[in-house]
Design a protein. Sequence first.
Length: 135
Amino acid sequence: MNNAIGGFTTSVKTRPLIVAKLEEFIRNRIIKIPSARAFDEFRTFIWNNGKPEAMRSYHDDIVMSLAITCWVRDTALEVSQKDMEYRKAMIDGMYMKKNVLNTTIKGQAGYDTDFGTKYKEEINIAKNFAWIFKG
């Protein structure tokens, strides 16, 4: 049974980490924020006694949702990269062998009724080594 609970826990430990990830994404121009509401929240988002949060009487829902999104995106892509490497290694370990099997039967196009013509090379090999087969 899986005890995993859906969602993201924002705690005293995770909050600074996810806000730092958001800052990194914005600084490196990985994301663009065209929302006026988001900019309003960024203007009132501060570090208060070592805790990143909105000023009193303001909200930080958009900022925190962006921060969580950046954190999950970064984490999910890392896991995805590992999965891709595992899949590539598995596929590289496989190979395909192409054998052509003649399944023609009498009366079908491509069927050769003359045994001597069809197996000329094999007959010549057998003739060259006939001394081995003679008992």
